[in-house]
Design a binder for this molecule. Structure first.
Ligand SMILES: Nc1ncnc2c1ncn2[C@@H]1O[C@H](COP(=O)(O)OP(=O)(O)OP(=O)(O)O)[C@@H](O)[C@H]1O
Ligand SMILES: [Mg+2]
Length: 146
């Protein structure tokens, strides 16, 4: 595979609700500045936000990596959190292990992963209990992407 045209890393802190969403928002600004199509940026920003919040809330924090390639933009959200024991269940709308405190501040509807799935062309999740989670997301760039 050829080297990416651009690669950026954003760090995400566990339970830091003051800065939560900043990685997705910085990434969105960057893609807008580069002149990518608004629909493509919107889809990537939603996926990035949901993956970022999952690292804040469930994953002990982590890293969001964005790579721009000729044919697609890839986002990888990587954490060393507890992992997901039943991925099929986690992908279902409405399933959440979020605590009452987290639900009180408006998260934990169990819609993040299904929302990511809707926004991207490819979603791959590698996870093992106790060994963290790697979420890989890709949005294809058509001829009118920029
Ligand atoms: N990075 C992660 N590390 C560990 N568990 C995760 C991670 N991401 C998701 N999960 C698990 O998958 C479940 C479903 O995730 P999803 O994002 O769909 O919903 P949620 O985060 O609980 O709620 P919402 O995203 O609607 O605020 C989570 O409740 C959690 O148990
Ligand atoms: Mg979520």
């Amino acid at each position: 595979m050829s080297a990416p045209l651009c690669k950026k890393e954003f760090f995400v802190q566990e339970f830091d609700f003051e800065h939560a969403g900043k990685a997705a928002s910085d990434m969105r600004k960057l893609l807008m500045d580069y002149g990518f199509d608004q629909q493509i940026v919107r889809r990537l920003a939603i996926a990035a936000y949901e993956a970022e919040m999952n690292m804040v809330i469930h994953g002990f924090g982590g890293t969001l990596i964005m790579e721009i390639n000729f044919e697609y933009i890839e986002l990888v959200a990587k954490d060393n959190g507890p992992g997901i024991s039943d991925l099929k269940l986690a992908m279902q709308e409405g399933f959440s292990t979020a605590s009452d405190e987290i639900r009180e501040i408006g998260f934990g509807a169990g819609m993040g992963l299904p929302n990511i799935k809707r926004c991207v062309n490819f979603l791959g999740i590698e996870t093992k209990p106790g060994q963290g989670t790697v979420v890989t997301m890709r949005v294809d760039l058509g001829p009118d992407a920029i």
